[in-house]
Design a protein around this ligand. Structure first.
Ligand SMILES: Nc1ncnc2c1ncn2[C@@H]1O[C@H](COP(=O)(O)OP(=O)(O)O)[C@@H](O)[C@H]1O
Ligand SMILES: [Mg+2]
Length: 258
């Protein structure tokens, strides 16, 4: 990490979210430094997806604060109150956050290349030639050059996910969010997707990855956190997190995964 003041890229402070009566995020506190790779693990239903979706404004949080750099996500402060931002400002804030989903979420009626150039052209106003050139570079990076003109339904899950990663990267994000990126994949294609994510991690991209792939988390993460019942309950560097001295509760959870 370079010198100077270490200011986190992501700061979540006491973030809370309920769906109706159900409190899903119950005071999430978390910081992610620039260039850091953070893995989140935790039981199903503990709020991991909801937390990522709040960062990316696919959901709104109801209390607390999420900052990306200096931006307060989704709101402006007025005294002690949070006032929702107009959608045009939400679009600006979301521009530099890439998200990759379990189910790939490619546009089915577009080729891989069209999927990748869509947002840079529509949101950033890039000229087509520039957007295509960048898309081809990204497809090369994820090993998908040969599939540029294929439609998603002709691709394996692993290929679709690598295309989805290229699509997210095309917005030149400063933060990448991955929500169980390999849990819908066959074991044969999981490795190729994890390899792409590892390469991205070593390139210095700031990333938050929700995953159940413990070997991968151990290898790629700078820090691992356990989320339970809408809170961050434990955090440590991977050696400690997966080590012998981890708290009993964490060990019990880890033993359910393997
Ligand atoms: N849109 C929604 N409406 C109502 N409940 C939801 C919604 N999204 C998630 N939940 C609930 O919030 C809880 C946490 O879900 P989620 O964030 O998906 O957990 P995780 O990703 O850790 O499995 C679950 O109980 C889930 O049913
Ligand atoms: Mg989830």
């Amino acid at each position: 990490m370079s010198g100077g003041a270490r200011k986190p890229l992501v700061r979540a402070l006491d973030v809370r979210k309920s769906f109706g009566e159900t409190a899903v995020l119950r005071g999430v506190d978390l910081e992610v430094q620039r260039g850091e790779v953070l893995c989140i693990i935790g039981p199903s239903g503990s709020g991991k997806s909801t937390f990522l979706r709040c960062i990316n404004q696919l959901e709104t949080y109801q209390a607390g604060r999420i900052y990306i750099g200096d931006d307060l996500i989704g709101y402006r402060e007025s005294g002690n109150r949070l006032l929702p931002l107009p959608s045009r400002q939400v679009v600006l804030q979301r521009r530099h956050i890439g998200m990759v989903f379990q189910q790939f979420n490619l546009f089915w009626h577009m080729t891989v290349l069209e999927n990748i150039v869509e947002a840079p052209i529509r949101v950033l106003g890039q000229p087509l030639a520039q957007a295509r050139e960048q898309a081809m570079r990204l497809l090369d990076r994820v090993g998908m050059t040969a599939k540029a003109n294929a439609y998603p339904m002709k691709l394996s899950g692993g290929q679709q996910q690598r295309a989805a990663i290229a699509r997210a990267l095309a917005m030149n994000p400063e933060l990448m969010l991955f929500d169980e990126p390999t849990s819908a994949l066959d074991p044969e294609t999981t490795g190729e997707v994890l390899a792409v994510i590892s390469e991205l991690a070593s390139s210095g991209m700031t990333m938050i990855i929700v995953t159940h792939e413990m070997g991968f988390a151990r290898q790629v993460a700078d820090r691992v956190v356990l989320m339970e019942e809408g809170q961050i309950r434990h955090e440590a560097a991977p050696e400690q997190f997966f080590g012998d001295k981890a708290p009993a509760r964490l060990k019990a959870f880890l033993s359910t995964i393997h």
